[in-house]
Design a protein around this ligand. Structure first.
Ligand code: TYD
Ligand code: MG
Length: 408
Protein backbone atom coordinates (compact mmCIF):
# COMPACT_ATOMS: atom_id res chain seq x y z
CA UNK A 1 0.00 0.00 0.00
CA UNK A 2 1.43 3.37 -1.01
CA UNK A 3 0.11 6.57 0.47
CA UNK A 4 -0.32 9.51 -1.87
CA UNK A 5 -1.45 13.11 -1.62
CA UNK A 6 -4.73 13.52 -3.48
CA UNK A 7 -4.96 17.29 -3.45
CA UNK A 8 -3.27 19.93 -1.38
CA UNK A 9 -4.43 23.49 -0.95
CA UNK A 10 -0.92 24.83 -0.95
CA UNK A 11 0.30 23.16 -4.08
CA UNK A 12 1.44 26.44 -5.47
CA UNK A 13 1.97 25.55 -9.06
CA UNK A 14 -1.41 24.26 -10.18
CA UNK A 15 -1.88 25.35 -13.77
CA UNK A 16 -5.65 25.69 -13.32
CA UNK A 17 -6.54 27.35 -10.07
CA UNK A 18 -10.28 27.31 -10.43
CA UNK A 19 -11.29 23.93 -11.65
CA UNK A 20 -14.96 24.75 -11.92
CA UNK A 21 -14.98 23.09 -15.30
CA UNK A 22 -12.34 22.02 -17.75
CA UNK A 23 -12.32 23.73 -21.12
CA UNK A 24 -12.87 21.86 -24.34
CA UNK A 25 -10.67 23.09 -27.14
CA UNK A 26 -10.57 22.49 -30.85
CA UNK A 27 -7.21 21.10 -31.77
CA UNK A 28 -6.96 23.81 -34.41
CA UNK A 29 -7.10 26.48 -31.72
CA UNK A 30 -4.42 24.91 -29.60
CA UNK A 31 -1.29 26.97 -29.57
CA UNK A 32 1.42 24.88 -31.16
CA UNK A 33 4.66 26.71 -30.69
CA UNK A 34 7.80 25.05 -31.87
CA UNK A 35 9.80 24.97 -28.69
CA UNK A 36 13.05 26.81 -28.92
CA UNK A 37 15.86 24.62 -27.77
CA UNK A 38 18.80 25.56 -25.72
CA UNK A 39 21.98 23.98 -27.00
CA UNK A 40 24.02 22.72 -24.08
CA UNK A 41 27.35 22.79 -25.87
CA UNK A 42 28.08 19.17 -25.01
CA UNK A 43 27.52 17.81 -28.49
CA UNK A 44 26.91 14.20 -27.56
CA UNK A 45 24.34 15.24 -24.96
CA UNK A 46 22.59 17.57 -27.40
CA UNK A 47 22.42 14.75 -29.91
CA UNK A 48 20.63 12.51 -27.43
CA UNK A 49 18.28 15.25 -26.24
CA UNK A 50 17.24 15.85 -29.82
CA UNK A 51 19.16 19.08 -30.32
CA UNK A 52 19.27 20.68 -26.89
CA UNK A 53 17.07 21.30 -23.86
CA UNK A 54 13.47 22.37 -24.36
CA UNK A 55 12.17 24.98 -21.87
CA UNK A 56 10.11 23.32 -19.14
CA UNK A 57 11.36 19.89 -20.11
CA UNK A 58 11.93 17.37 -17.31
CA UNK A 59 14.66 14.85 -18.04
CA UNK A 60 15.47 11.84 -15.91
CA UNK A 61 19.05 10.63 -16.14
CA UNK A 62 19.47 7.12 -14.83
CA UNK A 63 22.48 4.90 -14.39
CA UNK A 64 24.33 2.68 -11.97
CA UNK A 65 26.23 4.29 -9.11
CA UNK A 66 29.69 5.49 -10.14
CA UNK A 67 28.98 5.47 -13.85
CA UNK A 68 29.42 9.25 -14.21
CA UNK A 69 26.01 10.90 -13.86
CA UNK A 70 27.15 13.55 -11.43
CA UNK A 71 30.28 14.20 -13.47
CA UNK A 72 28.32 14.75 -16.67
CA UNK A 73 25.78 17.01 -14.99
CA UNK A 74 28.46 19.04 -13.24
CA UNK A 75 30.06 19.65 -16.60
CA UNK A 76 26.70 20.68 -17.99
CA UNK A 77 26.07 22.98 -15.03
CA UNK A 78 29.37 24.74 -15.64
CA UNK A 79 28.40 25.47 -19.20
CA UNK A 80 25.00 27.00 -18.58
CA UNK A 81 24.86 30.19 -16.57
CA UNK A 82 22.23 30.52 -13.87
CA UNK A 83 22.12 26.86 -13.02
CA UNK A 84 21.12 25.62 -9.61
CA UNK A 85 22.59 22.27 -8.59
CA UNK A 86 20.69 20.57 -5.80
CA UNK A 87 23.18 18.21 -4.22
CA UNK A 88 21.42 15.79 -1.95
CA UNK A 89 23.91 13.09 -2.53
CA UNK A 90 27.19 14.88 -1.99
CA UNK A 91 28.19 17.99 -0.12
CA UNK A 92 28.88 21.17 -2.11
CA UNK A 93 32.55 20.81 -1.22
CA UNK A 94 32.66 17.38 -2.83
CA UNK A 95 31.21 18.86 -5.98
CA UNK A 96 33.80 21.60 -5.82
CA UNK A 97 36.57 19.05 -5.57
CA UNK A 98 35.20 17.37 -8.66
CA UNK A 99 35.09 20.65 -10.54
CA UNK A 100 38.68 21.35 -9.57
CA UNK A 101 39.66 17.92 -10.78
CA UNK A 102 38.10 18.75 -14.12
CA UNK A 103 39.55 22.21 -14.08
CA UNK A 104 39.99 23.87 -17.39
CA UNK A 105 40.43 27.54 -18.21
CA UNK A 106 36.81 28.57 -18.02
CA UNK A 107 35.94 26.99 -14.71
CA UNK A 108 37.00 29.89 -12.50
CA UNK A 109 34.42 32.10 -14.10
CA UNK A 110 31.91 29.30 -14.45
CA UNK A 111 32.18 28.32 -10.80
CA UNK A 112 30.93 31.71 -9.75
CA UNK A 113 27.78 31.44 -11.78
CA UNK A 114 26.91 27.94 -10.58
CA UNK A 115 24.79 27.93 -7.46
CA UNK A 116 24.81 24.97 -5.13
CA UNK A 117 21.84 24.09 -2.98
CA UNK A 118 22.40 21.54 -0.23
CA UNK A 119 18.78 20.86 0.58
CA UNK A 120 16.64 17.74 0.31
CA UNK A 121 13.22 19.10 1.27
CA UNK A 122 11.57 19.54 -2.10
CA UNK A 123 9.30 22.33 -0.88
CA UNK A 124 12.28 24.25 0.45
CA UNK A 125 14.07 23.70 -2.84
CA UNK A 126 11.20 25.07 -4.89
CA UNK A 127 10.63 27.89 -2.44
CA UNK A 128 14.26 28.92 -2.77
CA UNK A 129 14.62 28.73 -6.53
CA UNK A 130 11.37 30.55 -7.13
CA UNK A 131 13.09 33.72 -6.04
CA UNK A 132 15.98 33.48 -8.48
CA UNK A 133 16.31 33.80 -12.23
CA UNK A 134 17.03 30.29 -13.40
CA UNK A 135 17.91 28.65 -16.70
CA UNK A 136 18.48 25.10 -15.51
CA UNK A 137 17.74 23.06 -12.40
CA UNK A 138 19.71 19.93 -11.66
CA UNK A 139 18.63 17.56 -8.89
CA UNK A 140 21.19 14.98 -7.84
CA UNK A 141 19.43 12.73 -6.97
CA UNK A 142 15.66 12.44 -6.89
CA UNK A 143 15.98 9.60 -4.40
CA UNK A 144 17.30 11.95 -1.74
CA UNK A 145 14.35 14.36 -1.92
CA UNK A 146 11.39 14.31 0.44
CA UNK A 147 8.34 16.34 1.35
CA UNK A 148 7.28 16.69 4.94
CA UNK A 149 3.65 16.38 3.86
CA UNK A 150 4.06 12.67 3.40
CA UNK A 151 5.32 10.15 5.91
CA UNK A 152 7.99 7.75 4.82
CA UNK A 153 11.67 8.12 4.17
CA UNK A 154 13.29 9.83 1.23
CA UNK A 155 13.60 7.29 -1.55
CA UNK A 156 10.30 5.56 -0.82
CA UNK A 157 7.93 5.22 -3.74
CA UNK A 158 5.40 7.75 -2.51
CA UNK A 159 8.10 10.31 -1.72
CA UNK A 160 9.87 9.99 -5.07
CA UNK A 161 6.62 10.24 -6.96
CA UNK A 162 5.34 13.26 -5.08
CA UNK A 163 8.65 15.13 -5.20
CA UNK A 164 8.93 14.52 -8.94
CA UNK A 165 5.36 15.70 -9.48
CA UNK A 166 6.17 18.95 -7.69
CA UNK A 167 9.31 19.50 -9.71
CA UNK A 168 7.41 18.82 -12.93
CA UNK A 169 4.81 21.40 -11.93
CA UNK A 170 7.59 23.87 -11.25
CA UNK A 171 9.26 23.18 -14.60
CA UNK A 172 6.06 23.59 -16.58
CA UNK A 173 4.93 26.69 -14.72
CA UNK A 174 8.28 28.49 -14.96
CA UNK A 175 9.50 27.06 -18.26
CA UNK A 176 12.76 25.96 -16.71
CA UNK A 177 14.31 22.67 -17.81
CA UNK A 178 14.88 20.27 -14.93
CA UNK A 179 17.34 17.39 -14.94
CA UNK A 180 16.79 14.67 -12.37
CA UNK A 181 19.30 11.99 -11.47
CA UNK A 182 17.91 8.56 -10.67
CA UNK A 183 19.80 5.53 -9.50
CA UNK A 184 19.30 2.14 -10.99
CA UNK A 185 20.15 -1.15 -9.45
CA UNK A 186 22.49 -3.67 -11.02
CA UNK A 187 19.56 -5.26 -12.81
CA UNK A 188 18.89 -1.98 -14.60
CA UNK A 189 15.70 -1.23 -12.73
CA UNK A 190 15.20 2.26 -11.45
CA UNK A 191 15.62 2.00 -7.71
CA UNK A 192 12.15 3.17 -6.78
CA UNK A 193 9.15 3.42 -8.99
CA UNK A 194 8.96 2.69 -12.68
CA UNK A 195 6.16 5.25 -12.63
CA UNK A 196 8.66 8.12 -12.87
CA UNK A 197 9.42 7.15 -16.41
CA UNK A 198 5.84 7.95 -17.36
CA UNK A 199 5.84 11.31 -15.63
CA UNK A 200 8.93 12.88 -17.13
CA UNK A 201 9.46 14.06 -20.71
CA UNK A 202 12.64 12.16 -21.39
CA UNK A 203 14.56 9.31 -19.84
CA UNK A 204 18.25 9.05 -20.63
CA UNK A 205 20.33 6.15 -19.50
CA UNK A 206 24.06 6.30 -18.98
CA UNK A 207 25.61 2.89 -19.40
CA UNK A 208 29.08 1.53 -19.54
CA UNK A 209 31.34 -1.06 -18.13
CA UNK A 210 33.08 -0.19 -14.92
CA UNK A 211 36.31 -1.63 -16.26
CA UNK A 212 36.27 0.31 -19.51
CA UNK A 213 36.25 4.06 -19.83
CA UNK A 214 33.59 4.09 -22.51
CA UNK A 215 30.16 5.49 -21.58
CA UNK A 216 27.07 5.38 -23.76
CA UNK A 217 24.17 7.75 -23.24
CA UNK A 218 20.96 6.29 -24.64
CA UNK A 219 17.40 7.54 -24.82
CA UNK A 220 14.72 5.30 -23.39
CA UNK A 221 12.02 7.85 -23.99
CA UNK A 222 11.96 11.34 -25.44
CA UNK A 223 8.88 13.42 -26.05
CA UNK A 224 11.01 15.99 -27.86
CA UNK A 225 13.25 13.87 -30.03
CA UNK A 226 14.12 10.51 -31.49
CA UNK A 227 14.70 7.64 -29.12
CA UNK A 228 17.37 5.87 -31.09
CA UNK A 229 20.19 8.35 -30.62
CA UNK A 230 23.29 7.40 -28.71
CA UNK A 231 25.89 9.71 -27.23
CA UNK A 232 29.39 8.37 -26.76
CA UNK A 233 31.68 9.56 -23.99
CA UNK A 234 34.90 8.52 -22.33
CA UNK A 235 35.48 8.87 -18.63
CA UNK A 236 38.81 10.61 -18.58
CA UNK A 237 41.08 12.08 -15.94
CA UNK A 238 39.29 15.38 -16.24
CA UNK A 239 35.68 14.38 -16.59
CA UNK A 240 33.59 12.99 -19.40
CA UNK A 241 35.10 13.57 -22.79
CA UNK A 242 33.01 13.51 -25.92
CA UNK A 243 33.84 10.87 -28.48
CA UNK A 244 32.90 12.25 -31.85
CA UNK A 245 34.23 9.37 -33.83
CA UNK A 246 33.46 6.17 -31.91
CA UNK A 247 34.78 3.87 -34.64
CA UNK A 248 38.32 5.09 -34.11
CA UNK A 249 38.08 4.29 -30.41
CA UNK A 250 36.76 0.79 -30.97
CA UNK A 251 39.40 0.01 -33.53
CA UNK A 252 42.31 1.76 -31.86
CA UNK A 253 43.88 -1.39 -30.47
CA UNK A 254 43.13 -3.60 -33.40
CA UNK A 255 45.90 -5.81 -34.64
CA UNK A 256 45.82 -5.71 -38.40
CA UNK A 257 45.51 -8.97 -40.26
CA UNK A 258 45.01 -11.02 -37.11
CA UNK A 259 43.44 -14.45 -37.31
CA UNK A 260 39.96 -14.53 -35.77
CA UNK A 261 39.23 -10.85 -36.20
CA UNK A 262 36.49 -9.29 -38.34
CA UNK A 263 35.17 -5.76 -38.62
CA UNK A 264 31.44 -5.11 -38.49
CA UNK A 265 29.59 -1.87 -39.10
CA UNK A 266 26.71 -1.52 -36.63
CA UNK A 267 24.23 1.30 -36.21
CA UNK A 268 24.25 3.15 -32.91
CA UNK A 269 21.17 5.28 -33.34
CA UNK A 270 21.52 7.02 -36.65
CA UNK A 271 25.28 6.74 -36.63
CA UNK A 272 27.27 3.89 -38.15
CA UNK A 273 30.03 2.58 -35.89
CA UNK A 274 32.79 0.14 -36.74
CA UNK A 275 33.48 -2.55 -34.17
CA UNK A 276 35.85 -5.47 -34.07
CA UNK A 277 34.47 -8.96 -33.53
CA UNK A 278 37.02 -11.43 -32.20
CA UNK A 279 36.72 -15.20 -32.17
CA UNK A 280 38.82 -17.92 -30.66
CA UNK A 281 38.25 -21.52 -31.75
CA UNK A 282 40.22 -24.20 -29.91
CA UNK A 283 40.02 -27.95 -29.38
CA UNK A 284 37.73 -28.73 -26.49
CA UNK A 285 38.55 -31.07 -23.66
CA UNK A 286 34.98 -31.19 -22.51
CA UNK A 287 32.26 -33.60 -23.67
CA UNK A 288 30.06 -30.57 -24.40
CA UNK A 289 32.24 -27.87 -25.95
CA UNK A 290 31.96 -24.38 -24.59
CA UNK A 291 30.34 -21.49 -26.42
CA UNK A 292 31.03 -18.22 -24.70
CA UNK A 293 30.06 -14.78 -25.98
CA UNK A 294 30.85 -11.34 -24.58
CA UNK A 295 28.95 -8.35 -25.93
CA UNK A 296 26.78 -10.55 -28.17
CA UNK A 297 23.89 -12.88 -27.37
CA UNK A 298 25.35 -16.36 -27.04
CA UNK A 299 22.28 -17.91 -28.68
CA UNK A 300 23.00 -15.91 -31.79
CA UNK A 301 26.53 -17.33 -31.83
CA UNK A 302 25.18 -20.86 -31.45
CA UNK A 303 22.91 -20.42 -34.45
CA UNK A 304 25.78 -19.08 -36.56
CA UNK A 305 27.97 -22.01 -35.52
CA UNK A 306 25.21 -24.31 -36.70
CA UNK A 307 25.13 -22.55 -40.05
CA UNK A 308 28.90 -22.82 -40.42
CA UNK A 309 28.81 -26.50 -39.52
CA UNK A 310 26.12 -27.27 -42.06
CA UNK A 311 27.09 -25.13 -45.03
CA UNK A 312 30.87 -24.99 -44.92
CA UNK A 313 33.57 -27.58 -44.50
CA UNK A 314 34.74 -26.18 -41.19
CA UNK A 315 34.21 -28.59 -38.35
CA UNK A 316 33.65 -26.84 -35.08
CA UNK A 317 31.47 -29.41 -33.34
CA UNK A 318 34.26 -30.51 -31.02
CA UNK A 319 35.80 -27.08 -30.49
CA UNK A 320 35.37 -24.49 -27.79
CA UNK A 321 34.26 -21.21 -29.35
CA UNK A 322 34.71 -17.84 -27.69
CA UNK A 323 33.36 -14.70 -29.34
CA UNK A 324 33.71 -11.15 -28.16
CA UNK A 325 33.13 -7.60 -29.29
CA UNK A 326 36.27 -5.64 -28.48
CA UNK A 327 36.01 -2.47 -26.43
CA UNK A 328 33.26 -3.40 -23.99
CA UNK A 329 30.32 -2.52 -26.20
CA UNK A 330 27.21 -4.70 -26.58
CA UNK A 331 25.81 -5.32 -30.05
CA UNK A 332 22.22 -6.49 -30.51
CA UNK A 333 21.80 -5.83 -34.21
CA UNK A 334 21.53 -8.84 -36.56
CA UNK A 335 23.83 -6.99 -38.98
CA UNK A 336 26.76 -8.22 -36.91
CA UNK A 337 26.04 -11.87 -37.87
CA UNK A 338 28.29 -11.90 -40.87
CA UNK A 339 31.29 -10.55 -38.96
CA UNK A 340 30.79 -13.13 -36.22
CA UNK A 341 30.60 -15.89 -38.81
CA UNK A 342 33.74 -14.70 -40.55
CA UNK A 343 35.67 -14.22 -37.32
CA UNK A 344 34.85 -17.78 -36.25
CA UNK A 345 35.68 -19.14 -39.70
CA UNK A 346 38.97 -17.24 -39.64
CA UNK A 347 39.99 -18.60 -36.27
CA UNK A 348 38.91 -22.12 -37.16
CA UNK A 349 40.85 -22.11 -40.43
CA UNK A 350 43.82 -20.18 -39.10
CA UNK A 351 43.64 -17.66 -41.94
CA UNK A 352 43.11 -13.95 -41.53
CA UNK A 353 40.59 -11.86 -43.42
CA UNK A 354 41.89 -9.23 -45.85
CA UNK A 355 43.17 -6.18 -43.97
CA UNK A 356 40.81 -3.74 -45.61
CA UNK A 357 37.64 -5.82 -45.29
CA UNK A 358 34.54 -5.23 -43.18
CA UNK A 359 31.35 -7.31 -43.11
CA UNK A 360 27.73 -6.31 -42.77
CA UNK A 361 24.77 -8.64 -42.95
CA UNK A 362 22.33 -10.89 -41.20
CA UNK A 363 22.88 -14.62 -41.67
CA UNK A 364 19.81 -16.80 -42.22
CA UNK A 365 19.34 -20.41 -41.19
CA UNK A 366 19.75 -21.52 -44.80
CA UNK A 367 23.25 -20.12 -44.92
CA UNK A 368 22.19 -17.07 -46.87
CA UNK A 369 23.51 -13.56 -46.37
CA UNK A 370 20.60 -11.19 -45.83
CA UNK A 371 20.45 -7.49 -46.43
CA UNK A 372 20.21 -4.92 -43.65
CA UNK A 373 19.08 -1.30 -43.57
CA UNK A 374 21.27 1.83 -43.85
CA UNK A 375 23.71 -0.01 -46.08
CA UNK A 376 24.88 3.14 -47.83
CA UNK A 377 25.70 4.90 -44.57
CA UNK A 378 27.58 1.90 -43.28
CA UNK A 379 29.67 1.48 -46.39
CA UNK A 380 30.53 5.17 -46.33
CA UNK A 381 31.75 5.03 -42.75
CA UNK A 382 33.77 1.89 -43.44
CA UNK A 383 35.41 3.44 -46.47
CA UNK A 384 36.21 6.56 -44.49
CA UNK A 385 38.21 4.46 -42.05
CA UNK A 386 40.05 2.55 -44.74
CA UNK A 387 37.86 -0.55 -45.01
CA UNK A 388 37.32 -0.38 -48.71
CA UNK A 389 35.84 -3.87 -49.15
CA UNK A 390 32.51 -4.43 -47.43
CA UNK A 391 31.15 -7.97 -47.62
CA UNK A 392 27.38 -8.00 -47.72
CA UNK A 393 24.35 -9.30 -49.58
CA UNK A 394 25.40 -6.99 -52.40
CA UNK A 395 28.44 -9.07 -53.27
CA UNK A 396 27.87 -12.48 -51.63
CA UNK A 397 24.63 -14.43 -51.40
CA UNK A 398 25.85 -17.41 -49.43
CA UNK A 399 28.02 -17.73 -46.34
CA UNK A 400 29.70 -20.74 -47.95
CA UNK A 401 30.96 -18.62 -50.88
CA UNK A 402 32.21 -15.94 -48.56
CA UNK A 403 34.12 -18.33 -46.32
CA UNK A 404 36.11 -19.43 -49.38
CA UNK A 405 37.95 -16.11 -49.42
CA UNK A 406 39.82 -17.41 -46.39
CA UNK A 407 41.36 -20.10 -48.52
CA UNK A 408 43.22 -17.68 -50.73
P1 TYD B 1 30.15 10.07 -10.62
O1 TYD B 1 29.84 11.11 -11.62
O2 TYD B 1 30.25 10.49 -9.21
O3 TYD B 1 29.12 8.86 -10.73
P2 TYD B 1 27.55 8.83 -10.37
O4 TYD B 1 27.10 10.19 -10.07
O5 TYD B 1 26.93 8.24 -11.60
O6 TYD B 1 27.43 7.90 -9.21
O7 TYD B 1 31.49 9.36 -11.11
C1 TYD B 1 32.27 8.71 -10.22
C2 TYD B 1 33.41 7.98 -10.86
O8 TYD B 1 34.02 8.67 -11.92
C3 TYD B 1 34.49 7.77 -9.84
O9 TYD B 1 34.80 6.40 -9.80
C4 TYD B 1 35.65 8.59 -10.28
C5 TYD B 1 35.43 8.75 -11.74
N1 TYD B 1 35.93 10.04 -12.29
C6 TYD B 1 36.89 10.03 -13.28
O10 TYD B 1 37.38 8.98 -13.70
N2 TYD B 1 37.32 11.23 -13.81
C7 TYD B 1 36.83 12.43 -13.39
O11 TYD B 1 37.25 13.48 -13.88
C8 TYD B 1 35.83 12.41 -12.37
C9 TYD B 1 35.23 13.69 -11.87
C10 TYD B 1 35.40 11.21 -11.86
MG1 MG C 1 26.43 10.95 -8.21
Amino acid sequence: MVEAIVSTKDSRFKVHDSRTGAKLQNLGEVEGKVAERRVTGIGELDRVLGGGLVPGEVVLLIGEPGIGKSTLLTQLALRITNTVYVCGEESPSQVKLRVERMSSLHTRYAMDSLKMLAETDVDAVIGTIEKVELSLLIVDSVQTLFTSQLPGLAGSISQIRECTARLINYAKARNVPVLLVGHVTKEGEMAGPKVLEHMVDAVLELTGDRYYDLRLLRTQKNRFGATDEVGVFRMGESGMEEVNNPSEVFLSEREEGAVGSAIAVVMEGTRPVLVEVQALVVDSELPVPRRVATGIDVRRVQILLGVLQKYTRLSIGTKDVFVKVAGGITVKEPAVDLAITLAVASSASGKPLPKTAAAVGEVGLLGEVRSVNFMEKRVKEATKLGYTTVYSRDNYRKVSELVKILKR
